[in-house]
Design a protein around this ligand. Structure first.
Ligand SMILES: [Zn+2]
Length: 191
C-alpha cells in the first residue's frame, strides 16, 4: 500500500495570481538622465543615483527615493563644491535606503511637451529677481529631472525659443571664443 502512496503524482499547483505591486523602478530609464546606481530601501522601494550632466562641465550626481519624496543634489553643509561626486551620492543614497520604510509608489508619468515646456517657463519666471539678472544653470533642474523627463538638447531648445519669444524674461549670452552659452532670467521691472 505504501508503494501507491509514493508513486502518487503531486497535484499540479495553480499559479497564484500576481498581486498588483507598483513597478519599483528597477529597470526605469527616464529620458534625460543616466541612472548609475540603485539601492533598495527597507520596503523594497528603489533609491536612484543619477546624473543629467553631459560631462562638459564635469559630471555630478543626484539622489531620489522612489518610495518617499526624498531628493538631494547637493551638500548644503559645504561651502565649495556642493554638488555630489558619485561617491557622495552613493553615500547619501545608501544612508537613505537603510532608514526609509516608504512603500514603492508609481513612477512619475512622462509629461507631454506642453506640460514640460510650461514647467520650464515657470522655473525661469520663478528665478527672476528685482535687483539683477540671474544666471540659470541646467544643473538647477537636477531635482526635477525625474518628472521633467527630457533631454538636455530639448531643454536648451525650449530656453532658446523662450529667449526669442519673450526677450524680457530670458536672455542668452554666447561666449565669443567657445560654444559656451549662458542663460539669464531678466530682472523684474521696477513695478
Ligand atoms: Zn525614501
Amino acid at each position: 500500500m505504501a508503494l501507491t502512496l509514493f508513486s502518487r503524482r503531486p497535484a499540479p499547483v495553480e499559479p497564484l495570481a500576481p498581486e498588483r505591486w507598483p513597478d519599483i523602478g528597477e529597470t526605469w530609464k527616464p529620458e534625460g538622465v543616466t541612472v548609475v546606481q540603485r539601492y533598495y530601501n527597507q520596503a523594497s522601494a528603489v533609491v536612484l543615483v543619477y546624473t543629467a550632466d553631459d560631462g562638459k562641465a564635469g559630471i555630478y550626481y543626484a539622489v531620489a527615493c522612489l518610495g518617499c519624496h526624498f531628493a538631494s543634489a547637493q551638500d548644503g553643509r559645504r561651502t565649495y563644491n556642493t554638488r555630489y561626486s558619485l561617491a557622495d551620492a552613493a553615500k547619501v543614497a545608501n544612508e537613505h535606503a537603510t532608514t526609509c520604510r516608504a512603500l514603492p509608489r508609481d513612477l512619475p508619468a512622462r509629461p507631454d511637451d506642453d506640460t514640460a515646456r510650461e514647467q520650464l517657463h515657470t522655473w525661469v519666471c520663478g528665478a527672476r529677481r528685482r535687483k539683477e539678472d540671474v544666471q540659470l544653470w541646467l544643473s538647477d533642474l537636477d531635482l526635477i529631472r525625474l518628472t521633467l523627463q527630457r533631454t538636455n538638447d530639448w531643454i536648451v531648445g525650449v530656453l532658446q525659443q523662450l529667449a526669442v519669444d519673450q526677450p524680457e524674461v530670458l536672455r542668452i549670452e554666447r561666449d565669443q571664443y567657445s560654444d559656451y552659452v549662458s542663460y539669464y532670467a531678466r530682472r523684474l521691472p521696477e513695478d
